[in-house]
Ligand binder design. Structure first.
Ligand SMILES: [Zn+2]
Length: 76
């Protein structure tokens, strides 16, 4: 949906965007990579306004923080 502007499940073009954020006490849409919110990675969401399907994206410039995190495991 981020790239096609269309829902892959129902075909709707009614797409909503919710910007990721890291707020106090871990609130917001994010992944905690360390002990504090300063090491949180924001997760942006694209939501289909028709069927409710959601896509999640981490921004490319924050991918390094995920790769280096001891809390996040690579799928083998
Ligand atoms: Zn949909």
């Amino acid at each position: 949906m981020k790239y096609t502007k269309q829902c892959p499940k129902c075909g709707s073009c009614d797409i909503l965007y919710a910007k990721g954020s890291a707020e106090a006490y871990g609130a917001g849409s994010n992944i905690m990579c360390g002990a504090t919110i300063f090491s949180a990675v924001d997760v942006d969401r694209y939501i289909c306004g028709n069927c409710g399907y959601v896509e999640h994206f981490v921004r490319r410039n924050q991918m390094d923080a995920l790769m280096k995190s001891k809390k996040i495991k690579q799928v083998e």
